[in-house]
Design a protein around this ligand. Sequence first.
Ligand code: 1GP
Length: 246
Amino acid sequence: MSTFSKLEQIRTSRGAVAIALLDPDKKNDNGLLNMLHLVNESDFDAIFIGGSLISDNEFESRIEEVTKNTDLPVIIFPGSSSQLSQHADAVLFLSLISGRNPQYLIGEHVKSAPIIHNINLETIPTAYILLDGGVRSSVEVMSNTSPIPMNKHDIILAHALAGEYLGNRLVFLEAGSGAENHAASEVVSNISKQLHIPIVVGGGVNTPASARTLVSSGAGYIVTGTKIEENPSIKELQEFTNAVHQ
Ligand code: 1GP
């Protein structure tokens, strides 16, 4: 069974999928295994791994270390075409459709495709929509694109529909890591009524209450990263994943 099918099975059986985001950058080198331990013990369903910027050439060895130390599916959430590894179970094949920068609409895809083909890595085509989460995000800076204002519901919906019509399997509503405001529940609810593909929400989702509201509004996947970097207790993380699974 494909990794995407496994994730979808979890979504159907548990109501929503709790995803832990790990940033395999040099700055997290000492903490990566500790974060992974917290994730393993807290009822997460899968791991996304990747970052806007990797400051050394140890990406692949860190992915390998993570896969060796968890039973969860490990899916690359790449900041660029250089973030690939045969040790992962799949890669989100992200198209940053909220922006108009060709590099992130098709350029990085062309560069990565032959490598993905060679290592036979599963791809999960994902329409990636950057929303204004109240602070200037790393995605905005690194991709040189502007986020969509959160109150432009019709424009966000138009992008999500275009993402579905292009054949993507997921729509990812991203407010940026460390966002002040995650994707608004009205936005999620509006989109989920019109779309046939699942919605992923990430960026600034760090309380059980937010997770619960977003899932009730129609989110199928909840991604959290910063919370795990802040050395929480297993109990706190379990409360979070419980809220996702409702
Ligand atoms: C960022 O969606 C992720 O790409 C996670 O964001 O670090 O705010 O949880 P946080």
